[in-house]
Design a protein around this ligand. Structure first.
Ligand SMILES: Nc1nc2c(c(=O)[nH]1)N[C@H]1C(S)=C(S)[C@@H](COP(=O)(O)O)O[C@H]1N2
Ligand SMILES: [Mo]
Length: 422
């Protein structure tokens, strides 16, 4: 005792071990939350990578501007068009689960916060490395949750830069997360097993997370889990409705795109950006003003809406599913097949396409689609939805709709299609 006093001054405030008094803290409390996060964050990581792949980010530099993703693009694959609700599911899970895990993440951080204040800051090189990895872990988790939630809540507050931030953040975070799991999983599972077997005795190792001088409990451990789980359920119940149309959407009170339906009628389903918001005026889309340019191997065609109506029209029941996690139920789209338009300009074989909108400012004016998407008979340049002409807000005179693709690839107010050289 005397010797250690000589070496270090007595710890004060949060650095003093008995500053932390909650009797809830302990390895077992942390272990339960840790295992929930182990499963939950793994699902977030996988669905996040899928979401990235769904953009076809390796297609030209249109869909993804992430500078030098290099090796981190190693796993990318051609995003399929089946099942048509694929992105609706993966991205709905990513966002809704991410929101529901917030209370668990906060409780987990609360449960280990005294460890942030241990002195000396590093006992050895290994200890120093472990603490740096914890910094990346906690910082990474907060960063990913905050950027994700801001994107969902504030409709792209990071124009053009959310993707690289959330993408690189995910890899840093997941690296630290893996290291942490490898280090801590044995302890966590040992404690869970002990809890299940009902052994109240402390394990053979000291509980480093328990308060040395705990206060009297005001809530049981079970009660605390109930609180965290209840908060998660509440977040789930007030966000999951964004993945459906009709009355269910109105249950999503905590997140945008969850309110009442945007008007009634055939066009009465969710609108991301209205024409007015992005500066598209009805004059530009009129029968006289608007022409579609289709370019490809054999030349260029300029088509009016009347010309398009003269081509074979086809239908497809498809949803719109946004990266923000909301989606619509299937809508009944009708228009010209993309592969028919490709054939019109000399491409009978599957071919990529660059789609450009007449919109002049803001993001999402251009998108590239891959040959497998162009090839699918349900991929349309839609002219009608639910039996009526598209409304201006849904992309009149013509918009793209592709099965299983993220909403952002379903370009509205299309004015040019360039097949082949993407
Ligand atoms: N020209 C243009 N097309 C666009 C967008 C846009 O901002 N401009 N937003 C995209 C995004 S992010 C989504 S989710 C869908 C939404 O389609 P909706 O507004 O018809 O629901 O349109 C896509 N097409
Ligand atoms: Mo979107």
């Amino acid at each position: 005792m005397a010797r250690s006093l000589l070496r270090t001054p007595p710890a004060r405030g949060p650095f003093a071990p008995d500053f932390w008094r909650s009797p809830l803290r302990g390895i077992r409390f942390t272990a339960v939350l840790g295992v929930v996060l182990l499963v939950g964050i793994t699902i977030l990581f996988v669905t996040g990578l899928l979401s990235y792949a769904a953009y076809n980010p390796d297609l030209a530099r249109v869909n993804d501007m992430t500078p030098g993703k290099g090796l981190l693009g190693f796993y990318l694959f051609s995003w399929p068009t089946d099942p048509p609700w694929l992105y609706r599911l993966t991205q709905g899970v990513h966002v809704t689960l991410g929101l529901a895990l917030v209370p668990v993440l906060l409780a987990k951080l609360w449960s280990v916060v005294p460890r942030l204040f241990t002195l000396p800051p590093a006992r050895s090189l290994t200890h120093a490395l472990e603490r740096i990895s914890l910094l990346l872990l906690v910082g990474g988790a907060l960063f990913e949750f905050v950027t994700g939630i801001l994107n969902v809540q504030l409709d792209y507050v990071f124009p053009g830069s959310f993707y690289p931030l959330h993408f690189y953040g995910a890899w840093v975070f997941f690296g630290a997360f893996l290291a942490h799991v490898v280090l801590k999983a044995p302890v966590a599972f040992r404690n869970l097993r002990a809890m299940r077997e009902g052994s109240g005795e402390p394990g053979d190792e000291p509980d480093e997370l328990a308060a040395p001088r705990p206060d009297r409990p005001t809530v049981s451990r079970r009660g605390a889990f109930g609180l965290v789980g209840g908060a998660s359920l509440l977040l789930f119940a007030t966000s999951a409705g964004r993945s459906f149309d009709g009355p269910l959407r109105e249950t999503a009170v905590l997140t945008p795109h969850g309110g009442p339906e945007p008007g009634g009628g055939p066009g009465g389903f969710q609108i991301n950006k209205t024409a007015a918001y992005v500066g598209v005026r009805a004059g530009e889309t009129s029968e006289e003003a608007w022409r579609l340019t289709v370019a490809g191997r054999s030349g260029t065609a300029r088509l009016s809406r009347a010309d398009l109506l003269g081509l074979p029209l086809h239908s497809a029941d498809l949803p719109i599913a946004c990266v923000e996690g909301w989606s619509t139920s299937d809508q009944w789209w009708r228009g010209v097949r993309l592969r028919d338009l490709a054939a019109l300009v000399g491409h009978d074989e599957p071919v990529d396409v660059l789609v450009e909108s007449l919109q002049r400012r803001g993001p999402f004016r251009r998108a590239a689609l891959r040959a497998n998407q162009v090839e699918d008979p349900r991929s349309l340049l839609a002219l009608f939805v639910n039996g009526e002409e598209l409304t201006l807000d849904h992309g009149y005179p013509a918009r793209i709709i592709v099965p299983a693709a993220p909403g952002v690839l379903n370009t509205k107010w299309v004015e040019r299609l360039t097949f082949g050289e993407v």
